[in-house]
Write a protein that binds this ligand. Structure first.
Ligand code: CO
Length: 164
């Protein structure tokens, strides 16, 4: 296990499209494990491989719900429903949050760490995290979508923001 350096804006790697993983090697699995360690160390709820400087379609998420730690390879949103609007942050954009409109529920298909196909449906924060992390794989940041971006401290008091 090791903690990797989180790439910050304005690094150009954050704006590139990540490549599909065609073979699950020990390196890919180690990267997923390191991404999880890095996410927990930074107290985030999600992390995508471009955030550690690697343009592969890999994400990790743990929003603290019953799904636990999710490690996903080549994740793809196959269904969206409803709408949520609220604050969002990013470990690659420290100090800022933004209000982003997202689907309330998403169904995501991909491969797990062992290469088995998995499908997960999540709502609320989990759905937001999936959309945020999959955007990272396409070079899209929350600041590209937010209706308002503000420095942390300028938001509505007592509103807890989770970063991913
Ligand atoms: Co992010």
């Amino acid at each position: 296990m090791s903690i990797r350096l989180i790439v910050k804006e304005p690094d150009e790697v954050l704006h590139k499209v990540a490549k599909e993983v065609t073979k699950i090697t020990p390196n890919v699995q180690k990267l997923l494990d390191d991404m999880a360690d890095t996410m927990y160390d930074a107290e985030g709820v999600g992390l995508a491989a471009p955030q550690v400087g690697i343009l592969k379609r890999l994400i990790v998420i743990d929003t603290g719900d019953d799904h636990g730690l999710i490690k996903m390879i080549n994740p793809e949103i196959i269904a969206k429903e409803g709408e949520q609007f609220g604050p969002e942050g990013c470990l690659s954009i420290p100090g800022y949050n933004g209000d982003v409109r997202r689907a309330e529920t998403v169904t995501v298909k991909g491969l797990d760490r062992e290469g088995k196909e998995i499908t997960i449906t999540g709502s609320g924060l989990l759905a937001r995290a999936f959309q945020h992390e999959i955007d990272h794989l396409n070079g899209v940041l929350f600041t590209d979508l937010a209706e308002r971006v503000y420095e942390i401290g300028a938001e509505v008091p007592n509103r807890r923001i989770r970063r991913s």
